[in-house]
Design a protein around this ligand. Structure first.
Ligand code: FAD
Length: 378
């Protein structure tokens, strides 16, 4: 019988493989990946400087090691180019592959930065270990880094770089960082803490053009201001990789659409991780993919199991002023109730009856997250 085929060796693909093997040591499983299949934990990329880690020391087990340990076939540097669901076959740049069940764990791509100018091709984004190696080489011996985007990943890199002594500019379209996840008071407290570390904020601004200069680059903003910098890191967001699925006739929205069993609209094809939109929700974080992997491993080994998420707060890794957020559901009616203390902000999102729907906690207030998660679960 053809194997279960997992496409993707990120946290989603490898966590699924490990969960399958906890339940079933024998069913043939093949993992196919476009990269070299080295295991690493992606969240570590945005606080590696403070942790004193390089791309080499962030790398975990090799694909060969994991293939042996997990009794799986792992095809590295093999890009899947098309899916033929009727024939249950994949086309790849390494040839054709058959599958019994197919799991798409394809991740997400950085959103194109849209900058023009001769420096545009040199703008970096860090979305995997190989990108991180390039980034570390680029900042070696340099002093100034401009970060595009003040969302979760942009703030984490800004903190890590500023802490390591770099001069950091952050250009952000919103009026405060993390504005999609938290109210102004919470975001502003984070902004102030990063500013105290030396970060220069450019709120309500976009970048337009980047040109090489004798000493690095000149980054032009939409208000005519220019930032002199050595390295530009784009962290303006990610979008799920959906092209393969779309071309195969698999329904796609923001991500590859699935039901609670992670089944796509096409028989024997599942999706999970950053590329998936499960019951209308694309949740590009580690905890959701762990829940998905456990449920899908059960389903694939004969016990159909729906994904049931607990309340899942996200910790923003900004040691200068940590943040814990659990945003309310999109479109949830309600409002933020904000209390600002000396050492942190507690923002609760309440519905019209005063019931908790989400929260944003900063600084010392992050200690309340466990209690609030319990309150939400109740
Ligand atoms: P990926 O890790 O992107 O893996 C996708 C895989 O698919 C790759 O192996 C790729 O090579 C392969 N692939 C793609 N297309 C093909 C193809 N056509 N053929 C073959 N292979 C293919 N989340 C948190 O919860 N907490 C955090 O603190 C946190 N910090 C983060 C910091 C950074 C800098 C970033 C970028 C993300 C962070 N996240 C965090 C998000 C979290 O890391 C992701 O949700 C998670 O790693 C996604 O895993 P994935 O396996 O779905 O995708």
């Amino acid at each position: 019988m053809p194997p279960i085929v997992i496409v993707g060796s990120g946290l989603a693909g490898y966590t699924l493989l490990k969960e399958i093997r906890k339940r079933d040591s024998a069913t043939p499983v093949m993992l196919v990946t476009a990269d070299d299949g080295t295991f690493y934990s992606k969240p570590n990329l945005s606080n590696a400087l403070a942790a004193g880690r390089t791309a080499a020391t962030l790398a975990g087990a090799s694909a060969d090691r994991l293939a042996a340990d997990l009794n799986a076939t792992i095809l590295t540097r093999t890009r899947v180019t098309a899916i033929d669901p009727a024939a249950k076959r994949l086309h790849s740049d390494g040839g054709e592959l058959e599958y019994d069940k197919l799991i798409l764990a394809l991740g997400a791509d950085p959103i194109p930065h849209g900058l023009v100018g001769a420096g545009a091709p040199e703008v970096l984004a860090v979305n995997d270990l190989a990108d991180y190696a390039v980034f570390r080489r680029a900042i070696g011996g340099r002093q100034r880094v401009a970060v595009l985007g003040g969302g979760l990943i942009g703030c984490e890199f800004a903190n890590d770089l500023a802490h390591a002594g770099f001069e950091v500019d952050v250009v952000h379209l919103g009026d405060w960082p993390l504005e999609r996840l938290s109210p102004a008071e919470a975001g502003q407290r984070l902004a102030d803490s990063l500013a105290a570390l030396g970060v220069t904020w450019h709120f309500g601004r976009t970048t337009q053009r980047i040109e090489p200069a004798a000493d690095g680059y000149r980054l032009a903003l939409d208000n005519g201001q220019t930032i002199a910098t050595d390295v530009v890191l784009s962290a303006i967001g990610l979008r799920p990789r959906t092209q393969l699925a779309r071309a195969a006739g698999i329904p796609v929205g923001r991500g590859i659409q699935t039901n609670s069993l992670l089944e796509t609209g096409v028989a024997n094809v599942y999706a999970m991780g950053d590329c998936a939109e499960v019951n209308g929700l694309n949740l590009p974080y580690v905890q959701p993919l762990m829940v998905q992997a456990r449920a899908l491993a059960a389903t694939l080994t004969g016990v159909p199991t729906e994904v049931a998420y607990p309340a899942m707060p996200v910790m923003v890794k900004t040691p200068a002023h940590p943040v814990a957020v659990l945003p309310p559901r999109i479109g949830a009616a309600g409002s933020w109730q904000v209390e600002c203390g000396d050492s942190g902000v507690c923002a609760l999102h309440l519905d019209i009856r005063g019931r908790l729907q989400g929260f944003a906690l900063t600084g010392s207030e992050t200690g309340r997250r466990t209690t609030l998660v319990k309150a939400l679960a109740a």
